[in-house]
Ligand binder design. Structure first.
Ligand code: SIN
Length: 182
């Protein structure tokens, strides 16, 4: 007899890597092919305020690159409730998207991720590193400082031995800028 599992995998590459706030059956490091993590999304509801947005990560298409993140297997029975609360948390420009992620074993699964495309009103896009770092260093919002967001992300990636040059370069610049302010 075939057992049909309705469990769904959710891929997190930003705050969902260190701050879940939902129950899950298991978590595994996973990657998205041809995508990169970038601090290109403005945040007016978490790490900034209206008129003074912070910067948080989104995914961009990047042929040949890989974005490592954390995949969570969500129990089918809890799915609706979890997605309602995540839709609220990610309402600042993120849409749910169906993607295919791969585990370290090479095994692939379909699942969901929250993706903020360039079409959303909070999207900021590319800026030189020193400008992004300055914006992060000076931004605060209801969820805390933007500096805490990038340092948490950087530490989480490091803990999982994931190298992400964009994040580590910016984290270093933000540290330098904020040390200068003391
Ligand atoms: C995510 O974590 O996967 C989405 C972006 C964020 O909430 O930081």
């Amino acid at each position: 007899q075939q057992v049909v599992s309705k469990d769904i995998w959710l891929f997190g590459y930003g705050s969902l890597m260190w701050k879940t706030g939902f129950d899950f059956e298991e978590s595994r490091l996973a990657l998205l092919e041809d995508h990169a993590r970038r601090f290109w999304q403005g945040s007016e509801d978490h790490r900034g305020v209206p008129g003074a947005p912070g910067r948080v990560v989104t995914l961009v298409h990047a042929p040949g690159e890989r974005c490592w993140g954390m995949a969570y297997r969500l129990h089918a029975d809890q799915l609706d409730e979890i997605l309602v609360s995540l839709d609220f948390r990610e309402k600042g420009g993120y849409e749910r998207e169906l993607i295919t992620m791969a585990f370290r074993t090479g095994e692939e699964v379909k699942g969901l991720t929250y993706f903020a495309t360039s079409a959303n009103p909070h999207y900021l896009g590319y800026s030189p590193d020193n400008e992004i770092a300055r914006q992060i260093a000076g931004s605060h919002g209801p969820s805390g400082s933007n500096k805490e967001y990038i340092l948490q992300l950087h530490h989480t990636l490091t803990d999982h031995a994931v190298q992400d040059e964009h994040v580590s370069t910016l984290a270093k610049l933000v540290q330098q800028l904020t040390e200068q302010q003391v």
